[in-house]
Design a protein around this ligand. Sequence first.
Ligand code: TXA
Ligand code: MG
Length: 332
Amino acid sequence: MLDDPGEAAELLRQGGVVAFPTETVYGLGANARDETAVNQIFQAKGRPSNNPLIVHVAAPDQWSLAARDITSAARVLFDTFSPGPLTVVLPKLPAIASNATGGLDTVGIRVPEHLLARDFLSMCNVPVAAPSANLSGRPSCTTWQSVMEDLDGRIDAVLKGPPPTIGVESTVVDCTREIPVLLRPGGISLQQLQSAVPETISLQNPSAQHPSTQSEQATRSPGLLHPHYQPRAKVHLVPAIKFTAELLERTSEKLTRGEAFVTIGTGERIELRDDHCLASYQFGDIEQLARDFYESLRRADRLGAKHILVQLATGDSPIVSALRDRQQRSAE
Ligand code: TXA
Ligand code: MG
């Protein structure tokens, strides 16, 4: 465990694999030019080798450390939303190790807003390939303790930082063609992207002029193929969490009465009249819930819950579609 970004950067420069905080989730970084170091990321996480990593740089004008070229739409998106929770996919520079992009000739580039992350990245002085710092398939990590829980003994260090301000991953936008395509919802909403580049479309919700098939989705965004964000407990999505009885009725698969469960939502804290409700994590608003969603899933697992009742996010906050996506995938 490290507090000093300089020490963490030195380890990375020597070929190490180092977890670091960002405003979204912790990343697991290695020198993106070093195939051996990048391979250690895949090993540590148990990540499928065809799932490309995002390359992180310290400032928006450093896109050229990872990409061959930039489109005008990508420039506008970078100018508007970077540093921040945005990843732009561009044609890959040959210097980036091919295993970092899962063999694709494109590369996702992101500039985190988190100050410690940016200090760390500028001291690394190389492009840093980094997926989320968790075992593949598990919920992402928003605390250093959770990173240690998954990866202690498998990586070289964790740089400790303050908690994230967003808590779900970046929005991934493919800018390799003329029309930007949202591949993964995240900290920047489709509406926000469209306010900067109106023709932006979403792969998950394509327009009539731009139909998208499942196989196209899979080839353009390999990360969508694999299970993600899943705790050990079974996740049930419910519209509202009020009273234990109501919520038991509303789960699609009825819980076996007597099995331990945890609730996560933005409702009232339910009275623990049911002995089997181990904990009720209720947040003041959707933004707070998003910041603590992954950690709440992990806490439920630590308590040994069999089930987690998750209140499906609603409303028009920009984070809603990203949070709903993560909630739905945690329940798959
Ligand atoms: O907020 C984030 O994006 C965090 C922090 C650490 O930056 N990173 C993160 O990485 O969530 P990861 O590996 O868990 O998710 C990366 C996503 C995957 O869905 C992957 O398929 C997609 O980005 N991706 C990366 N490079 C791509 C590329 N060249 N083309 C299409 N999709 C790409
Ligand atoms: Mg991930």
